[in-house]
Design a protein around this ligand. Structure first.
Ligand code: BTN
Length: 226
């Protein structure tokens, strides 16, 4: 598989699209991004000291209903990587990776879907390693401070690529999810309510219970606070 390492790029998720036409799997990593993209149209802070990686994967047969597997695999790959550096991560559904409640990593997935099947996916991972995250108002953490020792960006990047190349399954994803059974705050449009998180379904929906009523929520439609 092609692996390309860049010093700087606008966004690895944008850059890697040039490989779609070739139909081959590829990974692109950058030392920094000038136009890092986050979920829900936000920008993603991408200073030197983080791992900014995009992986382009083609699928022979992956029904669109199973697209959540792409997300779970990405989050698991990051969690395994964090563990290798002595850190105990948790997944905030659907795919943020946190350490002690602070964001270690964000994941942005762009799928190419046609005729009900995922033809290819672009998985973008931004992992804080030694970059200064203090400007983000205390909501983020980097791997070095979580590990209590300096971690080298190149080592973390190589470990993440290795981990991404190994298979994962849904039980492994669930093993990193800690908030099930706990109260969460759900924002659904204008409505904000407290509910108990009950389950994550294999199609990616979160099941919550509010005053005895069970709701199945899609991550595209709500936001969640633990
Ligand atoms: C989020 O938490 O909002 C998702 C952030 C995803 C950031 C990564 S960094 C590598 C890839 N390139 C981008 O422009 N975005 C993703």
């Amino acid at each position: 598989m092609k692996i390309e390492l860049l010093d700087e790029v606008d966004s690895t998720n944008v850059y890697i699209k040039k490989y779609i036409a070739a139909g081959e799997n590829a990974i692109v990593c950058a030392g920094r991004q000038t136009g890092g993209k986050g979920t829900k149209g936000r920008s993603f802070f991408s200073a030197e000291g983080g791992v900014y990686l995009s992986a382009l994967t083609f699928y022979e047969t992956l029904p669109a209903e199973r697209a959540f597997e792409i997300m779970t695999h990405a989050a698991v790959s990051v969690c395994r990587t964090a563990q290798k550096f002595g850190v105990s991560p948790e997944i905030k559904w659907p795919n943020d990776v946190l350490v002690d409640g602070k964001k270690l990593c964000g994941i942005l997935i762009e799928n190419g879907i046609s005729a009900g099947a995922v033809k290819y996916s672009i998985v973008g991972i931004g992992l804080n390693v030694s970059n200064d995250v203090s400007a983000l108002g205390g909501i983020a953490v980097n791997l070095s401070s979580a590990a209590g020792k300096p971690c080298l960006v190149g080592d973390v990047r190589d470990e993440l690529i290795r981990s991404y190349g190994k298979r994962s399954d849904f039980p492994e994803y669930l093993s990193f999810v800690r908030f099930l059974g706990h109260e969460v705050t759900v924002t659904e449009g204008e409505r904000v309510y407290r509910a108990t998180a009950r389950n994550i379904l294999s199609d990616g929906r979160l099941e919550v219970e509010e005053s005895g009523v069970t709701r199945r929520l899609s991550s595209a439609e709500i936001s969640l606070r633990l």
